[in-house]
Design a protein around this ligand. Structure first.
Ligand SMILES: *[C@@H]1O[C@H](CO)[C@@H](O)[C@H](O)[C@H]1NC(C)=O
Ligand SMILES: *[C@@H]1O[C@H](CO)[C@@H](O)[C@H](O)[C@H]1NC(C)=O
Ligand SMILES: *[C@@H]1O[C@H](CO)[C@@H](O)[C@H](O)[C@H]1NC(C)=O
Ligand SMILES: *[C@@H]1O[C@H](CO)[C@@H](O)[C@H](O)[C@H]1NC(C)=O
Ligand SMILES: *[C@@H]1O[C@H](CO)[C@@H](O)[C@H](O)[C@H]1NC(C)=O
Length: 429
């Protein structure tokens, strides 16, 4: 990984173009992030501090006294990372899935969409033609649909199987990407892709964002001890879960971790899980095949038991989620009442939303600047905006990033997550 990171930064001499006002912000942001990282994490010699000119050496004084700063030479700004998204939905989610996909779209990224096997054929065909019809998707060839739909239920391992399937498709269809992000049609972004690409540019590409703990508490009895039969083995969709009458004790071959089913996983970690040169991901997968709630534990357990990856975990799912108190199985729907808290959380994603809820229109207009049925505009859109015309109808240079206020919010979140109080002390504990 270190070699990869180094060559990655070294081979790059592309500059990103910013509007004038954003450049000072960008530089300041970069430095504050780098400072945070330098103080807390990266002892790795490959991290590109050495690439900074001496005038920008990261003494606190140099960073915090803004007037001391000189613009970073353009050649030192890292290129935007590529994100690979899985967006999946169940019966009736088709329209919402299309909207989420448009809200997440950027030509630099890759997308896999999936409607589970119990959705009506017509709904799947409709999504397929939506993907085929879209001029941008066609032009960049970066949206794929899984046509042989999988059976997905929220209990058991079917969701993990579906997620691993999508990750494998994203590896196979090639294209370089840096992070894999697993979303559902009921999720929605709170920042633009330019904001994400921008902010993630300054992060080591091996970080994995997932909310996790080894303190599985009440879940031990309700989730870890029951043994169930994988419901994906039965084509009758709503079949009852088959339970083994005996309960099993916790495994001793590895330690169990659990947490939120939402995550942003690095390319090296996905390689590790999919290619399987080490037996751990496979062993853990076989254990979770008979587990009540596999998505809330599989990746968490693999990553925290893999010595080479546990130090790359950032304990957050990057989501704003509204749980009932006490938490029930499913989160609450978000509405306009939750808008302020959602924005103040600085999270890049939120869930879950009802189809066409008014709050989505508010997010579109206030946070994403997205027109109805259009993609979110970014630095790559160079068309006219007059009379409600889609500026992305004219495509410019797709590596040009134009961050909005969302980049600042996201940066606040990331800086906090990577602070010395939060980053190391919360890894795999
Ligand atoms: C696209 O923009 C990048 C960054 O500004 C620049 O380095 C690159 O040369 C541009 N590519 C084209 C084809 O203009
Ligand atoms: C795709 O385009 C065709 C021809 O323009 C149109 O008939 C069809 O309704 C479109 N489908 C969708 C889902 O937009
Ligand atoms: C991935 O995303 C889906 C959203 O459809 C979610 O339900 C699932 O639990 C997620 N996580 C994993 C680990 O598969
Ligand atoms: C992970 O961090 C621990 C504690 O700082 C350290 O001892 C260990 O060598 C690190 N592992 C790797 C693979 O870097
Ligand atoms: C979202 O708004 C509802 C209704 O006001 C409220 O009950 C709920 O607690 C809010 N959720 C969060 C996380 O603030």
């Amino acid at each position: 990984m270190n070699k990869r990171l180094k060559s990655f930064f070294l081979r790059t001499h592309q500059a990103m173009e910013y509007p004038r006002w954003i450049l000072p912000l960008a530089i300041f942001s970069t430095l504050s992030l780098l400072l945070v990282l330098s103080l807390t994490t990266l002892t790795s010699p490959a991290f590109p501090f050495s690439l900074l000119p001496p005038s920008l050496s990261l003494s606190p004084a140099a960073v915090f006294v803004e007037s001391n700063l000189h613009p970073l030479p353009a050649s030192l700004l890292p290129p935007p990372p590529r994100l690979a998204y899985l967006v999946s939905g169940s019966a009736g989610d088709g329209p919402m899935l299309k909207r989420t996909l448009l809200a997440l779209y950027h030509p630099h990224n890759r997308y896999v969409v999936h409607l589970e096997a119990d959705s009506p054929l017509q709904e799947r065909l409709d999504l397929e033609s939506f993907v085929k019809n879209n001029t941008l998707f066609g032009k960049f060839g970066n949206v794929a649909m899984i046509k042989k739909a999988n059976i997905v239920t929220y209990r058991g391992p079917t969701m993990v199987a579906n997620t691993l399937h999508a990750a494998a498709v994203l590896l196979r269809t090639g294209g370089e990407w840096d992070w894999f992000i697993n979303l559902s049609a009921k999720d929605y972004p709170l920042v633009t892709q330019d904001d994400l690409l921008h902010t993630f540019s300054y992060l080591p590409r091996d970080l994995n964002f997932l909310d996790h703990t080894s303190d599985i508490g009440w879940k031990e009895n309700q989730r870890a001890k029951p043994v169930i039969v994988d419901p994906g083995l039965y084509m009758a969709k709503k079949a009852d879960i088959l339970r083994v009458t005996q309960r099993r004790s916790l495994p001793t071959a590895f330690k169990l971790f659990g947490g939120s089913a939402w995550m942003a996983l690095s390319r090296p970690f996905i390689d590790y899980c999919i290619w399987g040169w080490d037996n751990l991901p496979r062993t853990v997968l076989m254990y979770y095949a008979n587990f009540m709630s596999s998505p809330e534990g599989y990746f968490h357990t693999v990553i925290c038991n893999a010595e080479e990856f546990r130090n790359t975990t950032v304990n957050s799912d990057l989501h704003f989620i509204s749980w009932d108190n006490p938490p029930k199985q499913h989160p609450l729907y978000l509405t306009v009442d939750n808008m302020t808290k959602m924005v103040d959380s600085n999270a890049p994603f939120a869930r879950k939303f009802r189809m066409n809820d008014l709050v989505l229109d508010q997010i579109d207009s206030e946070l994403l600047f997205r027109g109805k049925d259009m993609v979110v505009p970014g630095g790559w859109c160079i068309g006219s905006r007059e009379n409600g015309i889609d500026p992305c109808a004219v495509v410019g240079n797709i590596t040009v990033i134009r961050p909005t206020a969302g980049a600042k919010r996201l940066e606040n979140l990331i800086s906090s997550l990577l602070s010395s109080e939060k980053f190391r002390p919360r890894q795999c504990k």
